[in-house]
Design a protein around this ligand. Structure first.
Ligand code: NAD
Length: 322
């Protein structure tokens, strides 16, 4: 199977590419190396992939590349490229969010249609639900995004659905719930907390810490994404949650136990756009995709921590040689 993965140098998509290659797929990864975080980290995410014969990188922005040509003879497009992050989506940066998350997605769906791509799996987000007391969050609930980022993710979801309804393009949207694990983006809480544990520096906690999140280990997210390509209902939306909903205060306690280090917490007010709670109802994914998350939070944190430690260890060895 020949497939395209957009945002291939990113956290989740690089793990998806690896899994696809293990399954024998030919993978063309597209990435524009948007500087939302250090580009060197994105290059590092790709290091293993580029050594694989089955992988080819196309460097460029989805807004500009000749997508229709790139999508010829492609069975599936996994569309994960986006500008992520809730807090940074306000103000002048909204223009970039709209371009990368909405306009680029429309180009992807249009090109997939023109090129006759078999399926498009779009990475949406739990942020489309917004700040709601209706928990767990169910796909049939009304979406009320609470941040400009959430608005852009929902807009692209609508585009995916209407390309299906009007033209029969087989699109499937997945609402990912807070993904963590090796290569997590440096702006995300667990990565920040583990780095702080390693460095012995304080962490900043926004709000009381009583907000809850449904954390999903990256390999579980990847597994659900592959299943969506295989058996997702065209035009449908699925929640992809890890089934590990905890408060951020409880998460900090777990991180202290996993790392064996105490975290110094500096508190700040709630950030605009941050929601109180997320919790996925995953019945639909369980039924249609036979997706059941396999990695509980404790185990996932342990694996994430081992990765953080291994990287620190290898960079200190390089420094010694230098
Ligand atoms: N990480 C999470 O917890 C989470 C939760 C919900 C949804 N998502 C969604 O999952 C996807 C992947 O997220 P991630 O955390 O791996 O982010 P990431 O920033 O690590 O990866 C996204 C990649 O897309 C690339 N990109 C962005 N816009 C592009 C464009 N217009 N053209 C070409 N390349 C472009 C970036 O350079 C980056 O490498 C995103 O669509 C995000 O909205 C992530």
């Amino acid at each position: 199977m020949r497939c395209i993965v957009t945002g291939a140098a990113g956290f989740i998509a690089s793990a998806l590419c690896e899994r696809l290659l293990e399954q024998g797929a030919q993978v063309v990864g597209i990435d524009g190396f948007v500087p939302n975080y250090e580009v060197a980290l994105k290059r590092r995410n790709l290091a293993g992939l580029q050594a694989n014969q089955g992988f080819r990188l196309v460097e460029g922005m989805l807004e500009e590349l000749p997508l229709e040509k790139l999508f010829e003879n492609v069975a599936c497009v996994f569309h994960l490229a986006a500008l992520p992050g809730v807090r940074s989506s306000w103000g002048n940066s909204f223009e970039d969010y709209a371009a990368h998350n909405v306009y680029a997605s429309q180009r992807v769906f249009e090109a997939a249609l023109q090129a006759g791509v078999g399926r498009v799996v779009y990475a949406s987000s739990s942020s489309v639900y917004g700040d709601t007391d209706a928990l767990p969050m169910c796909e049939s609930a009304r979406e009320r995004p609470y941040s400009p980022y959430g608005v852009t993710k929902l807009a692209a979801e609508h585009l995916a659905r209407l390309y299906h309804r009007n033209y029969g393009l087989k699109t499937v949207s997945l609402r990912y719930f807070t993904v963590y694990g090796p290569r997590q983006r440096p702006d995300m809480a667990i990565q920040r907390f583990l780095q702080a544990a390693l460095a012995g520096t304080p962490i900043t906690l926004f709000g009381t810490g009583e907000q809850t999140r449904d954390f999903t280990f990256v390999q579980d997210t990847v597994a659900a994404t592959l299943r969506a390509a295989d058996r997702g209902e065209p035009g449908a939306v699925y929640n992809v949650g890890g089934g590990s909903t905890v408060t951020v205060n409880a998460l900090i306690g777990m991180i202290e136990r996993v790392t064996g280090r105490q975290l110094r917490v500096e508190r700040q007010g709630v950030q605009r756009g941050d929601v109180g709670h997320t919790c996925a109802d995953t019945s639909r994914a369980r039924t249609d995709l036979e997706f059941v998350p396999a990695i509980p939070l404790q185990e996932g944190l342990q694996r994430h921590w081992e990765w953080v430690e291994a990287l620190a260890d290898s960079s200190s060895k390089i420094a010694e040689v230098d």
